[in-house]
Design a protein around this ligand. Structure first.
Ligand code: FES
Length: 359
């Protein structure tokens, strides 16, 4: 784009150059993804540093014992007949507290019935407590069962009850009342493990389960792709505009004189060691022109007027300077490589800030 076209673009509205919009997006994406990266590192390191048994939810859980069934079993024909219409998949014989149980799975649901009476399985609080005690080998006393009214992460078919143990890790035992199955043991240490997993896998939605392909992971992946692509574009664009300020890429300008004037066209200073940008050459050894962004093209405080032959404005000039300033030859001195030339201050504030000893 030619200078006049660029100037027209900057005067036709408040549109920012695309490269600056991309840079802003790039920075925010970098911040957000960088934060998640930091969380990955910290949680991954924590998993490595903490002994696995410390995070174990099952330190007081006993292995299930097979119990012998002594009661007579009721014939299954009537049971199968009742649910035949649902499409029977499987009928299994199991046991709860030594009493035989039929587990009938149809295409619609799974049901548990006592195998001696074909009555639906139901458990008293005392039986639930016994089940919990059978699964627990710790030193604590178990509380009475408490029905949970909230959602749980367990695959339960009926209401879930919780019993807590008065041990040093605060063991909690969860039981499915529909099947008499001990669903899980948890404790304060396994809660820490769950928290670390949640942070590590970005699993911030409780019903998500641990999955590598949930929406947030997809969004972060797309964001990371965009971060990389925008970074490549910005790098290429900066190369193209000569804005890269890597020390080994910066060429020292030819020896010559940079003459600086006040805004009233009075001689102010001369510089012969022209190294880097105009701003860097002027501020060598001492800050003479005030900046807030340190040469990043963001504050606009370093603007100077080229008395003759102003360079073509770059994106930062177009973003920070008005069309009038651009046509007057004003540019951001932090954005252009210094060469022998004549420049003038633009504002009285710049003149006031100039070191008194150099007036
Ligand atoms: S130093 Fe801030 S814009 Fe140049």
């Amino acid at each position: 784009m030619s200078f006049s076209n660029k100037l027209n673009a900057s005067t036709t509205g408040s549109k920012r150059p695309i490269s600056l919009v991309l840079q802003t997006l790039h920075k925010w994406l970098g911040l957000i993804l960088g934060l998640q990266l930091f969380i990955w590192i910290v949680t991954g390191l924590t998993f490595n540093l903490i002994d696995e048994p410390f995070l174990d939810a099952n330190q007081y859980r006993t292995a299930e014992k097979a119990s012998s069934i002594s009661t007579a079993l009721a014939p299954t024909a009537s049971l199968l007949q009742i649910y035949q219409a649902e499409g029977i998949i499987e009928l299994k014989l199991t046991s709860v507290l030594g009493r035989a149980v039929y587990t009938l799975t149809t295409t619609q649901q799974t049901r548990w019935v006592w195998a001696d009476s074909l009555e639906p399985l139901s458990l008293t609080n005392a039986e639930i407590l016994t089940l919990a005690k059978e699964s627990y080998s710790g030193p604590g006393e178990l509380s009475t069962p408490q029905i949970l009214n909230r959602e749980t992460p367990f695959d339960a078919s009926g209401p879930v009850v919780m019993l807590t143990a008065s041990d040093e890790v605060g063991t909690r035992i969860y039981i499915d009342t529909a099947s008499g199955t001990v669903l899980a043991h948890q404790n304060r240490q396994s809660d820490l493990k769950d928290l670390l997993f949640m942070l590590h896998f970005m699993d911030y939605s409780p019903d998500n389960g641990i999955s590598f392909n949930h929406l947030l992971v997809q969004l972060v992946s797309i964001g990371a792709l965009f971060l990389g692509l925008s970074g490549i574009y910005i790098l290429g664009h900066k190369f193209h505009q000569g804005q890269l300020s890597l020390p080994f890429l910066r060429r020292k300008t030819a020896i010559g004189k940079l003459a600086l004037y006040t805004q009233d066209a009075q001689p102010l200073a001369e510089f012969t060691d022209l190294n880097g940008t105009y701003l860097e050459s002027i501020n060598q050894g001492q800050e003479r022109l005030r900046t807030q962004c340190g040469g990043g093209g963001r504050c606009g405080l370093c603007k100077l007027r080229f008395v003759e032959k102003p360079p073509a404005p770059n994106d930062y000039d177009l973003d920070k300077l008005t069309a009038t300033e651009l046509t007057q030859g004003i540019r951001l001195s932090c954005q252009h490589e210094a060469s022998p030339s004549k420049l003038a201050l633009v504002t009285k504030a710049q003149h006031r800030y100039w070191p008194q000893s150099e007036h």
